[in-house]
Design a protein around this ligand. Structure first.
Ligand SMILES: [Zn+2]
Length: 142
């Protein structure tokens, strides 16, 4: 099974997003407030090892686990699932689309590429990700 290094994947994800925050589009390259972090869409303990630290499971967000868009995602998990920024524990991150800062939906693959998809297809796929459940959270700032 392919293992990804978190550090390498985080660099790939930054380039994939052209240094924008996935949610708000802020340029995260200069390190200005509120900073930047790489968020695990699916909890590390829930994700299968071949996907866990791969670019399919990571998005770059401004802020930390408590500030900026990263903080927002953790404070609003039900909403964040509707945008694919959080992936439910039973889903495959490669099959749960994510919405970017421009409003474009895409599927992310484990190699760091992405495939734009239509809003209709995204809504169909995202519906499988949004069963309302209480999930634990972990601190995935790294
Ligand atoms: Zn942001």
């Amino acid at each position: 099974m392919m293992k990804h290094s978190f550090e390498q994947s985080a660099k790939t994800v930054a380039v994939r997003q052209d240094w924008h925050c996935m949610r708000c589009g802020r340029n995260t390259r200069d390190g200005s407030w509120p900073g930047v972090s790489t968020h695990h869409r699916q909890l590390r303990r829930s994700a299968s090892p071949d996907v866990r630290d791969s670019p399919a499971n990571l998005v770059r967000l401004c802020g930390t686990g408590t500030t900026g868009c990263h903080g927002w995602v953790h404070a609003h998990p039900a909403l964040a699932r509707r945008f694919g920024w959080i992936v439910s524990m039973w889903a495959d991150p490669r099959r749960v689309p994510v919405k970017d800062w421009r409003g474009q939906w895409m599927l992310l693959d484990a190699d760091g590429d992405f495939q734009p998809i239509s809003r209709g297809e995204a809504i169909r796929l995202i519906s499988e990700n949004t069963n309302e459940t209480i999930e634990g959270d972990d601190d995935d700032n790294e």
